[in-house]
Design a binder for this molecule. Structure first.
Ligand code: GLY
Ligand code: MN
Length: 435
């Protein structure tokens, strides 16, 4: 495995927080499609974050009090027949030698070994809900030992969710995570640039999806980070449109929201462009407001700034712009207070980005808004969506949806836009599309 020290540091930090007890993480299982086929395996993020191990039905046990062997892996054993069908396994030896477990067992020995670890522990750390079948096994063990404790005074009688610390750890990215995120965002960016270059009326949305995903894959993306959104015409106004079945027409806008995943890290970029390479005056006017909101919001991202200020700033710019165009009427503050803008801008301006596209991490802590800190990564994705049947809007603006989404790393002094290479200024998009 690459960078074993990074995974060790993460486990040590978690174990320091635990103090005592036993933490149990499952890697997840292979999901089945119809007719017995299997989906490609993708490990559960917390398990992978702590182990770097990429095989299904594996279990990681952490026991900080067990000085000689605090890190134990249960893994699928070597099996020539199964490996012929599904590929080489690390096995117990690989878990020890390549993944640096202090002890390792075949996964079917869990029922025998885990009770031995639990019987003297005071608490169990486990995330419920990631693998319901496995939860049942853990809850049974917990009930067994909690009952036993009542008679013999030892054994766990507390079940704790370790995401309290894990989410906080995953929110601030370490050097290896940043390398993976840079790669994921750069591959994602190249997919968008390729699609912009090849865009033309007459293509079907699914053809554009194929262009984007092909560009991701040939650059080493391990997955797509979420279902690719290619919306043309009125479909640009549907936030999570992913049917991608319409023929793109001359004069349409096309909104592409797509991201590559690289080693379990996600890119998430949105660009909106005119199918024929030239914005109409109405498209241009809406686009420029969203671009101004995107830039103003990025200007709010720096260490020490509250994590909600960039959303507030984006709303202000969007409301000002829509008032100028006569799409919203009235006073800015009142429109914001009453939420009248939500008819055209109905989502947040960003989410944390990391192993999950909507990554873990608090935005509020006991009612207090959190602040940005170095090495957090957020998306910035304002948009305006004017449905084709929106009432009281001049007809030229109907069916226009624009979103511009970047991935932004908080630095020591401000921020770095990881997706800077993908054109977003009107002139830059038009130039790229005409070359
Ligand atoms: N790019 C999809 C989303 O943020 O929901
Ligand atoms: Mn997003």
């Amino acid at each position: 495995m690459e960078r074993p020290e990074i995974y060790r540091e993460r486990r040590e930090r978690l174990m320091e927080w635990m103090g005592t007890g036993v933490a149990i993480f499952h890697s997840g299982s292979v999901l089945h499609m119809h007719s017995g086929s299997e989906h490609k395996f993708r490990p559960i993020n917390d398990f992978y974050y702590l182990t770097g191990f990429h095989e299904p039905d594996s279990i990681c046990i952490l026991t900080p009090e067990h000085e000689e062997r605090p890190y134990v892996l249960f893994v699928p054993p070597r099996d020539p027949e199964k490996e012929t069908w599904n590929g080489i396994r690390a096995g117990v030896d690989g878990a020890l030698n390549d993944y640096h477990a202090d002890a390792a067992y075949p996964q079917d020995q869990l029922d025998e070994e885990l009770p031995k670890l639990l019987e003297k522990a005071d608490k169990i750390f486990h995330v419920l809900g990631q693998n319901p079948g496995f939860d049942e096994r853990i809850l049974k063990l917990y009930q067994h030992f909690a009952a036993k404790r009542a008679s013999c005074g030892e054994g766990p009688n507390v079940l704790i969710d370790p995401r309290e610390i894990l989410n906080e750890m995953r929110l601030t990215k370490d050097v290896y995570e940043l390398e993976c995120l840079r790669r994921a965002t750069s591959i994602s960016g190249e997919g968008h640039i390729t699609a912009m270059q090849q865009m033309r009326p007459g293509l079907y949305e699914y053809e554009v999806q194929a262009i984007v995903e092909h560009a991701f894959q040939i650059r080493g993306a391990t997955e797509i980070a979420f279902p690719t959104i290619i919306g043309s015409g009125n479909n640009t106004t549907i936030l999570h449109y992913n049917t991608n079945s319409r023929k793109i027409e001359d004069g349409d806008l096309v909104l592409i929201d797509a991201g590559a995943e690289y080693r379990c890290y996600a890119g998430d970029i949105t660009r909106t462009m005119p199918a024929n390479g030239r914005f109409t005056p109405e498209q241009r006017a809406i686009y420029q407001i969203v671009l101004d909101a995107n830039l103003a919001a990025i200007g709010e991202i720096a260490p020490g700034k509250p994590v909600d200020s960039f959303h507030k700033r984006a709303i202000e710019v969007i409301v000002d712009g829509l008032i100028t165009l006569g799409i919203l009427e009235g006073e800015r503050d009142k429109i914001i207070e009453e939420g009248a803008y939500k008819k055209f801008y109905m989502h947040g301006t960003g989410h944390w980005l990391g192993m999950a596209v909507h990554d873990v991490g608090k935005k509020k802590n006991k009612g207090e808004t959190c602040e940005f800190a170095p090495n957090m990564v957020t998306t910035v994705e304002p948009g305006i969506y004017i449905a084709r049947d929106a009432e009281g809007v001049a007809s030229g603006y109907l069916g226009i949806g624009v979103r511009i989404e970047d991935n932004v790393l908080v630095t020591e002094t401000g921020c770095e836009v990881l997706t800077q290479s993908v054109p977003k200024a009107i002139a830059d998009i038009e130039t790229l599309m005409h070359n």
